[in-house]
Ligand binder design. Structure first.
Ligand code: ADP
Length: 227
């Protein structure tokens, strides 16, 4: 089997709370491969966001190793970690964080133009992505004119606009009604399968989690894959 896009090896994270240390992550290992969408399903407070921040190179673990595309990252300096994050990782959050004064299309075009693509090429790729996620008809609208589900589809398009190998999503449907959440999940899974992206999606919604290719969870700080 090829190497995982993301590999977490015994990742530990502690937060100091006064004199006591709160061990949020204690260990456990996990590999995520291209074309896979994996649910990180655990109750609120279990450490999902902490794990995604560490996997996304936004925070360093206190122990263990994070490999992105086979590269160990904990020993890298901040510049190298930022460069790897920009090149390889896309993020989607519970709130869309789209720029309100730009259209859906422009929101997806901007990161590509910042990365050096021509306006023409960025527009073409963005329209393809929006069409793929089922929101091409809304391309000219600003975020405030879109429904919650449409906003999240645009946020997903923007997150993958520069073709990252890894997509990290933190409760991307946490704000949506169940039916809309299901449709956004379906769109995300289709995209992962079609592009060979790897996605780790944190959710406290067990129903949605069970429908994904794989499911991992956090139990008392241990990252485990239930059988
Ligand atoms: P989840 O995403 O599963 O809801 P989090 O990763 O946000 O869980 O939080 C896990 C635990 O770590 C919680 O008890 C939270 O209060 C604690 N925590 C998260 N970030 C910090 C921080 N910066 N300082 C102290 N405690 C934190």
């Amino acid at each position: 089997m090829s190497q995982p896009v993301l590999q977490l090896q015994n990742v530990e994270r502690r937060y100091q709370q006064g004199v006591t240390a709160l061990s949020v992550l204690r260990g456990g290992s996990f590999g995520l491969f291209a074309g896979q969408s994996v649910a990180l399903a655990a109750p609120s407070g279990a450490g999902k966001s902490t794990l995604l921040h560490i996997a996304g190179l936004l925070e360093r673990p206190d122990g263990g190793e994070v490999y992105v595309d086979g590269k160990p990252t904990t020993g890298m300096n901040d510049d190298a970690r930022t460069a790897l994050r920009r090149h390889s990782i896309g993020f989607v959050y519970q709130f869309h964080h789209l720029l309100p004064e730009f259209s859906a299309l422009e929101n997806v075009m901007l990161p590509q133009m910042i990365a050096g693509l021509s306006r023409h090429e960025a527009r073409r790729r963005s329209m393809d992505l929006l069409a793929y996620l089922g929101v091409a008809a809304r391309a000219k609208h600003r975020p405030a004119e879109l429904s919650g589900g449409e906003q999240q589809r645009v946020a997903i398009a923007r997150a993958v606009a520069n073709s990252p190998v890894l997509l990290l999503a933190d409760e991307p449907t946490g704000n949506l009604d169940p039916k809309t959440a299901e449709h956004v999940f379906e769109a995300l899974e289709r995209l992962v399968k079609a592009t060979g992206l790897a996605a780790l999606v944190a959710t406290h919604n067990e129903g949605l989690a069970c429908r994904m290719t794989r499911r991992v969870t956090l139990k008392d700080g241990w990252l485990i894959e239930p059988t």
